[in-house]
Design a protein around this ligand. Sequence first.
Ligand code: BGC
Length: 259
Amino acid sequence: MTSTTAIGIDIGGTGIKGGIVDLSTGELVSDRVKLATPKGGEPDGILEVTKQVLDALGGDAESNPVGVCFPAIVKNGRTMSAANISKKWVGLEAEKLFEKTLGRDILFVNDADAAGYAETEFGAAKDVDGLVILTTLGTGIGSALIYDGILVPNAELGHIEIDGHDAESRAAYSAKEREDLDWEHWCKRLTKYYRTVEFLFSPDLFVVGGGVSKHWDEFGDLIDIETKIVPAVHRNNAGILGAAALAARGHHRRTTAAE
Ligand code: BGC
């Protein structure tokens, strides 16, 4: 059965957000539920709060596949890295653990990949040919590679090394805040970052997501690169939308394969 709605949950360093998504429009058809991420960001605490978010959302399990996006490499349902979260996630069978505890099918996906998929389905990268690179600028830098509408998962372009530094430690939005950089100074770093990625991948479009993209008018023009660069359409909800849409796609594949 093809679902018309799905649930997306976005696990971040400060909050765990969720919503029920209309898969044809990419709009939320429920309230957006947000609860604080438990201190330390360990698996058990996050699982418990995710359950509370799901319970608050409601939505019957039968017709609402659940996608969970997370700030780490996710390979076959297993979380494989932990840049800004508890190290207990490294090597964890996260998808299986969540499925067992929550009692329903779950799809686990990297947070930037979910955002990239959302922008491809419902936003700034819709119907764009060639290579789109979405980056999220937040605590870290997340990235998604989309070629002719197909997502290539787990690109970790926030961690390329530039001038001997892990790029996200200098150019993420958290670096601007931590070092109290003004827009000009931060955008010099972003220019260097995007020029490096531009040289390595020759993309056709960059899409910039993360909460800071709502201030695009103040900094977008200060990023001096050749490639077209635009803000994401679905800023704070992109993770929720993409996780939901990917879960529905996975669910559809599983159910049609079983028929
Ligand atoms: C992580 C990525 C994640 C990004 C945004 C990076 O530090 O390595 O997996 O997508 O932060 O949360």
